[in-house]
Design a protein around this ligand. Structure first.
Ligand SMILES: [Zn+2]
Length: 255
C-alpha cells in the first residue's frame, strides 16, 4: 500500500517537474521571439547627434553583453552592504580606494549620463548592492580584483537589469569598473587608442598617462558618450547587436 502511495507521489512530482521545465522553455522561446522584433529607429536615434562611425562601432562593441542590450529601466538604488568597513580605510584613501564618498562620486558622475533612469543611494532595500573592500570576491578567478554579479535567472529571463551586486577587494580601485558592468557595459573586444575604465587590459603609453587616467573616478569622454547612447530612449533592452549594426548601416568588422 505504502509503496503504491509513494509511486503515485513520485509520478506527480515527475510530471510537475516536466510541466515546469516545459513552461520555462516556452517562456524563454517567447522571450526570444519577442526580442527578435526589437529594433532601433535610425533617424530618431541619430537626430541632433554627431556620432562618428567609430563611436557607433565602439557602442556596438561594449554595450551589447551577450550580443543584446541590457539596461536598467527603473531607478537604480545603490546600497552599501558593509558600511562599517569604511572605518578601516586610512583617511588618505577615503576618496579613492573603494570608499563611500567614492561611491557617491560615481553616482554623481553617472547620474546625468543615464538620465531618465535615476541613480541614488539608499540605506536598505537597494537593487545595486556594493560590497566595499572585501577580502575575496565570490568567484574562483585567480587575482580577481573585483566582480559584478547579475543573478543568472534575471539574465536568462529578462533583458532589463533589475538587480546587481558589485565587489572590490581591499584597496583595489575597481568599483567604478564593476558598476559600469552593472549598468550594462562589457569589456572591449580589442585595444583602443584611448583609456577606458571598462577596459581592464589597457596598456598605458607612459607613466604620465597612467597618472592622468588611472584614477578610480576617471571616465573617458568616449565612455560618457557610450553610456548616454545606451540610456537613449530609442535604445531598448533586448535590442540585438546585429539589428543595431543593420539599422546603422554598419558591419561588425568595419574599421
Ligand atoms: Zn570587468
Amino acid at each position: 500500500m505504502l509503496s503504491k502511495k509513494w509511486t503515485l507521489i513520485f509520478h506527480i512530482f515527475r510530471i510537475t517537474v516536466y510541466v515546469f521545465v516545459i513552461l520555462c522553455i516556452a517562456f524563454y522561446a517567447f522571450l526570444l521571439y519577442a526580442t527578435s522584433s526589437i529594433t532601433v529607429n535610425r533617424e530618431n536615434f541619430l537626430k541632433g547627434k554627431n556620432y562618428s562611425k567609430e563611436t557607433l562601432l565602439l557602442f556596438s562593441d561594449i554595450a551589447f553583453p551577450d550580443d543584446k542590450i541590457r539596461k536598467w529601466n527603473e531607478d537604480i538604488k545603490v546600497e552599501i552592504a558593509n558600511e562599517d568597513r569604511k572605518v578601516k580605510i586610512p583617511y588618505a584613501d577615503l576618496r579613492n580606494k573603494g570608499s563611500i564618498s567614492g561611491v557617491d562620486s560615481i553616482i554623481n558622475i553617472l547620474s546625468p549620463l543615464i538620465y531618465p533612469v535615476k541613480i541614488y543611494r539608499v540605506p536598505q532595500n537597494g537593487n545595486l548592492i556594493v560590497h566595499l573592500n572585501v577580502d575575496s570576491v565570490p568567484i574562483p578567478t585567480k587575482n580577481a580584483q573585483g566582480f559584478c554579479y547579475i543573478p543568472p535567472l534575471i539574465k536568462t529571463f529578462s533583458w532589463n537589469i533589475k538587480y546587481a551586486e558589485v565587489y572590490n577587494i581591499w584597496y583595489s580601485p575597481v568599483i567604478f569598473h564593476e558598476i559600469l558592468h552593472a549598468i550594462g557595459l562589457q569589456h572591449p573586444s580589442k585595444e583602443y587608442p584611448f583609456y577606458m575604465a571598462i577596459d581592464d587590459e589597457y596598456t598605458f603609453g607612459s607613466l604620465e598617462e597612467e597618472e592622468k587616467f588611472h584614477t578610480p573616478l576617471y571616465l573617458s569622454e568616449e565612455e560618457k558618450t557610450i553610456i548616454k547612447m545606451l540610456y537613449s530612449p530609442y535604445i531598448k533592452s533586448g535590442l540585438s547587436k546585429k539589428e543595431f549594426l543593420k539599422q546603422m548601416k554598419l558591419q561588425d568588422n568595419d574599421k
